[in-house]
Design a protein around this ligand. Structure first.
Ligand code: PDD
Length: 283
């Protein structure tokens, strides 16, 4: 069955879904996006994602392509037309189509694309065995808090990880600090079960999953600390994990081939995964 996308005011089949070659998203990566998990046909944490979209659009001075309420309706309609029960919805808003010029054209209407993808059951081995990550230099810009569609460093990092048979690459800044993964936020757990993740500043994307997991951890009586941590600290941690909308909570059992803890997913990570799963499924 052909997938249906929303593109600038119309619902069209995937083969006809297209934006102008002068779209500034295509030419300059002048746009932002959101990925929202869909469970039983319902977007999870939609309002939080819309809040972040609002921050990203505002940082780029791009107006909302339509009202927040209307976008909620479009998201629901795309899910309905694609019969999406479990999967994710992708929203991309760009500054719009205009004759190529670095100077931001005035009065250009933003472009909006909304698509949906179905996803099958999760790979249980990931939770049972955990995954490995490599570290790479963080070569990104100084506004990683904006969910920009300019993702080249992340793509190169993810490719390198894949070549080295790792799940993801954790990015390391000039001070030996792990900022985040290429598509995930990075976390460690110390010997006192304190859960540590990089502060939500300009150096990372403030993940929605990160925020929810922080809240769930605190509800569960864990101490959560937002502070930078080094590669050496991560290697010496008792547990490590990463979070994102599409991956939930993933145990990290090796960093650059060095075992984390005993090399198996630990109890804190497992507990947080269970709590997050309950949050998503509403059970
Ligand atoms: N990636 N950090 C980066 C660089 C990301 O790209 C993502 C999400 C996250 C986690 O954010 P959240 O919990 O809101 O998904 C952190 C999405 C899923 C993607 O690009 O597909």
């Amino acid at each position: 069955m052909a997938r249906i996308a929303y593109v600038n005011g119309r619902y069209v089949t995937g083969d006809l879904a297209a934006v102008s070659i002068e779209d500034r998203g295509y030419q300059f990566a002048d746009g932002v996006y959101e990925v929202i998990w869909v469970q039983q046909g319902k977007p999870v944490d939609l309002e939080r994602h819309f809040d972040r979209l609002d921050c990203s659009l505002d940082s780029l001075n791009i107006p909302w392509p339509m009202s927040r309420r209307a976008l909620g309706v479009v998201v629901g309609e795309v899910l309905r037309r694609n019969f999406t029960r479990n999967g994710h919805v992708y929203i991309q808003a760009t500054r719009g189509a205009a004759r190529r010029n670095h100077l931001v054209p005035e009065g250009t209407a933003p472009s909006l694309v909304v698509t949906a993808s179905r996803e099958g059951p999760r790979d249980a081995a990931i939770q049972d065995q955990g995954v490995g990550v490599i570290t790479i230099p963080d070569i990104r810009w100084k506004r990683c808090d904006i969910k920009s569609i300019a993702l080249l460093p992340n793509i190169l990092g993810k490719q390198k990880a894949s070549r080295e048979k790792a799940f993801d690459a954790w990015q390391v800044n000039g001070h030996d600090i792990i900022t985040e993964g290429t598509t995930t936020n990075a976390w460690i757990v110390d010997e006192k079960d304190e859960v540590i993740t990089h502060p939500a500043n300009h150096h990372i994307l403030s993940g929605i999953t990160r925020r929810v997991v922080m809240e769930l951890a605190e509800e569960g009586g864990l101490q959560v600390t937002e502070r930078p941590f080094t590669v050496a600290e991560a290697r010496a941690a008792s547990e490590a994990f990463m979070t994102s909308t599409t991956n939930y909570v993933v145990p990290v059992v090796s960093i650059d081939g060095h075992k984390v803890g005993d090399g198996r997913p630990g109890p804190v990570t497992r507990g947080l995964y269970e709590r997050y799963l309950a949050h998503v499924t509403g059970e």
